[in-house]
Design a protein around this ligand. Structure first.
Ligand code: ADP
Ligand code: MG
Length: 324
């Protein structure tokens, strides 16, 4: 393009909240054939809230959302052998362990406990296990909060919670296991779940991209079931979902997608996303994105609106006629 055309494109972009880092990327964006969205904070609002707390006893759900059973009362007093862990206790311990984490999942758990008037004790020896969860010592006992792998690595079988986990994940929620280790013995205590909401324009953005002939994909560290439920809400095909991708593997996943010559635009908001933004044909940081993501990106969307991804491509194509 001529310098004048580049200037016009850059200006129209800026007027629409789409900041191109240079003439190069302004040119490239029109050749994008695949858009890869990060899930949390990009397609969803990234505003988690605690929705469910389920308590287990001896690996069996004693209270499970609205579907309360009175099993505990009818099995001959076996339950009294061990102090029964109720929902409040599960949430109290989970919130304590998570209080050292900045992760949105953790913040929602801590906030949920406060809202319910629970007195959250202090934790020590906090350890973050990226992409899996946290562990910390609470009242002298090690407490774990995280995904199935976190528990398995600790020798705790997450399977008794399988039904509960699947039910919550099918609702698009992120379900996390809560366990404790005392005297070297692991015990599954319960499950907590956080939910996020899909951004209002996410489905429209996906539909417009698909209409243009662009393949739309989603990449997330979240589990496959939750990821698929969210994908369905926004109109992304289940086979285009890459789930359980560890933070350090996101850029490999994008390289893999591009390995057959695809030209991918990666759209993300987080620190996690920066390496993937760099390897993508076009890296796009969205909205309230972190400084690290903005730094790594070729395009920055000032608003938090997935439809601006379509605008970025249209500006590059020279087809964004209407200046707002
Ligand atoms: P995302 O890509 O959605 O931001 P992450 O890669 O940070 O996800 O985490 C992947 C998964 O690891 C989460 O879905 C959750 O199951 C688990 N996890 C990560 N951090 C935490 C935490 N602080 N507490 C509990 N679980 C966590
Ligand atoms: Mg994110």
């Amino acid at each position: 393009a001529t310098p004048a055309a580049t200037m016009v494109g850059t200006t129209i972009g800026a007027q629409n909240g789409v900041l191109f880092k240079g003439g190069d990327v302004l040119e490239r964006a029109k050749d994008v054939d695949t858009v890869v969205f990060d899930k949390t904070g990009t397609l969803t609002k990234g505003e988690m809230s605690l929705t469910d707390v389920v308590a287990f006893d001896g690996g069996r759900a004693v209270t499970d959302g609205g579907d309360r059973s009175d099993d505990a009362a009818t099995d001959g007093g076996a339950v009294t052998a061990r102090e029964r862990t109720d929902e409040t206790e599960v949430l109290r311990l989970a919130a304590a362990a998570e209080s050292g984490s900045e992760h949105p999942l953790a913040r929602a758990i801590v906030e949920g406990a406060r809202e319910r008037g629970i007195d959250v004790p202090d934790a020590t020896d906090f350890e973050n296990v990226p992409g899996h969860g946290v562990r910390a010592t609470v009242e002298g006992t090690e407490v774990l909060v995280g995904n199935r792998k976190l528990l398995r690595d600790e020798g705790i079988d997450p399977d008794p919670a399988a039904e509960t986990m699947e039910r919550l994940e099918n609702e698009g929620k992120t379900a996390m296991l809560v366990a404790r280790v005392s005297d070297g013995e692991g015990e599954l205590l319960g499950v907590v779940a956080d939910a996020d909401t899909v951004k209002e324009s996410a489905a429209d953005a996906v539909a417009e991209l698909r209409e243009r002939g662009t393949d739309v994909m989603m990449i997330t560290g979240d589990n496959a079931r939750t990821a698929r439920a969210v994908a369905e809400q926004v109109g992304i095909d289940p086979e285009n979902v890459r789930a359980e991708v560890l933070p350090e593997d996101k850029s490999d996943a994008v390289e893999d997608i591009q390995s057959d010559g695809r030209r991918a635009m990666m759209v993300g908001d987080g620190v996690n996303d920066a390496p993937a933004l760099v390897v993508a044909y076009v890296g796009c940081a969205i909205g309230s994105g972190t400084d690290v993501a903005i730094e790594a990106a070729d395009v920055t969307l000032m608003r938090d609106d997935p439809l601006d991804v379509v605008k970025a491509i249209r500006v590059s194509e020279g087809t964004l006629a209407k200046i707002q």
